[in-house]
Design a protein around this ligand. Structure first.
Ligand SMILES: C[S@@+](CC[C@H](N)C(=O)[O-])C[C@H]1O[C@@H](n2cnc3c(N)ncnc32)[C@H](O)[C@@H]1O
Length: 205
């Protein structure tokens, strides 16, 4: 297992216990997301962690598949699902590659707090584009660590030295360009007042 996934696996129990950093921002993201979700949609969420967001959105669509590369995250998510989850929601240890290889198609894809943790965001965004039906929606929330002068942009290349997972630093504009290059149109942009490193975007195929 690569060192990043081993890290997420190791901290899964602690991650599950952490309170949401900013409840008002989280609620706004849920609300905007739900504006785009429709009952007939098939939705994929990658990097779903312990599945809290999937459990909120799942009942609103036809089928919701939520994935993560860390088995311990998915184990916790499955525990929550067994307790109270809707029948159309499934958690799976899987990568975007698995879905593109099977030529699966979705009407919506969510990637929340994960694009900056991926080795190649351009490849991930290209795969999301491939996975979406025409008119499909990609909803992401991403730390843009190269935005402004903040210490994270300088630490990002060295996370491995501190036994932390891989983190990539890029600006909001660089993220937009990655989306636009493959053909996405950005429909909604939001930077939370209290956290200018977070960039919430809705992009349409
Ligand atoms: C910061 S957590 C975010 C979890 C959840 N989306 C949330 O917003 O609470 C990042 C998650 O992404 C997963 N992850 C990291 N790299 C990934 C990758 N390349 N593909 C899929 N999941 C990944 C980690 O295992 C972890 O569960």
């Amino acid at each position: 297992m690569d060192h990043s996934i081993a890290y997420w696996d190791r901290i899964a129990q602690r991650y599950a216990r952490q309170p949401i950093a900013n409840e008002a921002d989280y609620q706004k993201k849920l609300e905007v997301t739900q504006h785009y979700l429709k009952p007939d949609m098939r939705v994929l969420e990658f990097g779903c962690g312990t599945g809290s967001t999937a459990l909120v959105h799942g009942p609103l669509v036809r089928e919701y598949i939520a994935t993560d590369l860390a088995p311990a995250m998915i184990e916790i998510a499955n525990g929550k699902l067994a307790a109270s989850g809707p029948g159309n929601l499934h958690f799976e240890v899987a990568a975007l590659d698995d879905f593109t290889a099977r030529r699966e198609r979705f009407d919506g894809v969510l990637g929340l707090n994960v694009l900056h943790l991926m080795e190649d965001r351009d490849k991930a965004i290209e795969q999301v584009y491939q996975l979406l039906n025409p008119g499909g929606v990609f909803i992401s929330s991403t730390a843009c660590l190269k935005q402004g002068l903040n210490p994270y942009r300088f630490i990002a290349p060295f996370t491995r030295l501190f036994k932390l997972p891989l983190v990539k630093a890029f600006t909001r504009r660089e993220l937009e360009q990655s989306l636009e290059r493959v053909g996405f149109n950005i429909d909604y942009r939001w930077v939370p007042d209290g956290n200018p490193l977070v960039y919430f975007l809705v992009a349409m195929k």
